[in-house]
Write a protein that binds this ligand. Structure first.
Ligand SMILES: [Fe+2]
Ligand SMILES: [Fe+2]
Length: 254
C-alpha cells in the first residue's frame, strides 16, 4: 500500500483545563501534512483564544478548525473567527468545505459544529415547549449546514474526503459514555448526512469518555473520536493510502 498523506486530528483540548504545552502542537511538523482541530479549544474568552493561538503558533502545516459547544460559550463566534484567522494557516469550517492538494492528491474536508438530538431510535422530538423546539432547531440548522457542505464537496472532485463535526455523528464513537448523555453528545441525523456522501473518514469529538480508535460506523463508515481525553492526550494520526484505505496511529511523544 502506498501512503499518500498523513492527517493529525485532535479535539477538546480545552486550553483552560488541560494545560497543553506548545510542544504538543510543534511535534506535528514533519509528522503530518495537515492538522485538524475539532472544536472545544476554549470557552471563547479573548485570553483563552490568545493562548490557543500561542500554542499553535509553531505549526507549519495547514490547520482546519471547527467550533465546539464550549467555543460558543462567550456568545460571539464572529469575534472568535476574526481572532483565529490572524494565523494565515488556519481555515475555519462552519458549514463549508475546503480542499488541499497534498502530495499530488486532493483532499476535501467538510465541517461544522453539529449538535445533539440523540441516536435513532432514541431521539428528542421537537414538540411541546419552546425550549425543546429550540433544541431541535439548532440540531436541524447544523444538520443542514453539514448537508450543504458535504454536497458541495461531492459536486467537486477530490481523491479523498473527510467529514468533520464536533458533536458525534455516529453512536459507535460515543460508546463508553452513559446512555443518559447520548442525547446531548450527538445526532444520528449528522450521520445520515455523512452516510449519503460516504467519505473516507468521519471525525468527531465532544464525547470525552467515548470510544477510542477507528470504528466501522453503521458497518461501513470509518469514524473516529478525536477527543484529547479519549486518546489519553496523544495526537491521533491518520494515514491515507492510494487505494483509499485509512489507518490510524498515534504521534509518539519523544
Ligand atoms: Fe469538550
Ligand atoms: Fe464539546
Amino acid at each position: 500500500m502506498k501512503l499518500v498523506f498523513t492527517i493529525a486530528a485532535i479535539s477538546d483540548i480545552h486550553v483552560e483545563k488541560y494545560h497543553i504545552q506548545k510542544d504538543f502542537f510543534d511535534r506535528v511538523n514533519g509528522n503530518a501534512d495537515l492538522l485538524i482541530i475539532g472544536g472545544d479549544m476554549n470557552n471563547g474568552k479573548d485570553e483563552e483564544v490568545k493562548l490557543f493561538l500561542r500554542l499553535v503558533s509553531g505549526v507549519q502545516i495547514p490547520m482546519v478548525v471547527i467550533f465546539g459547544n464550549h467555543d460558543c460559550d462567550a456568545g460571539d463566534l464572529g469575534r472568535l473567527k476574526e481572532m483565529l484567522v490572524v494565523n494565515p494557516l488556519i481555515k475555519i469550517l462552519d458549514g463549508e468545505y475546503v480542499e488541499y492538494e497534498l502530495n499530488g492528491k486532493v483532499l476535501g474536508i467538510a465541517g461544522t459544529k453539529g449538535y445533539g438530538g440523540g441516536f435513532t431510535p432514541y431521539r428528542i422530538v421537537g414538540r411541546g415547549e419552546s425550549a425543546t423546539k429550540a433544541f431541535v432547531e439548532e440540531e436541524e440548522r447544523e444538520v443542514e449546514k453539514l448537508q450543504i457542505a458535504l454536497h458541495q464537496m461531492k459536486n467537486s472532485s477530490q481523491d479523498f474526503r473527510i467529514a468533520l463535526t464536533h458533536f458525534a455523528s455516529f453512536e459507535e464513537t460515543v460508546d463508553g459514555e452513559p446512555k443518559e448523555l447520548y442525547i446531548i453528545l450527538g445526532s444520528s441525523k449528522l450521520g445520515d448526512a455523512i452516510e449519503e456522501v460516504a467519505p473516507h473518514l468521519a471525525l468527531s469529538g465532544h464525547a470525552h469518555h467515548g470510544a477510542r480508535g477507528i470504528k466501522k460506523a453503521r458497518g461501513k463508515i470509518s469514524a473516529c473520536n478525536i477527543a484529547y481525553k479519549v486518546n489519553d492526550g496523544k495526537v491521533p494520526l491518520f494515514d491515507f493510502f492510494l487505494d483509499g484505505n485509512v489507518l490510524g496511529r498515534y504521534l509518539e511523544s519523544h
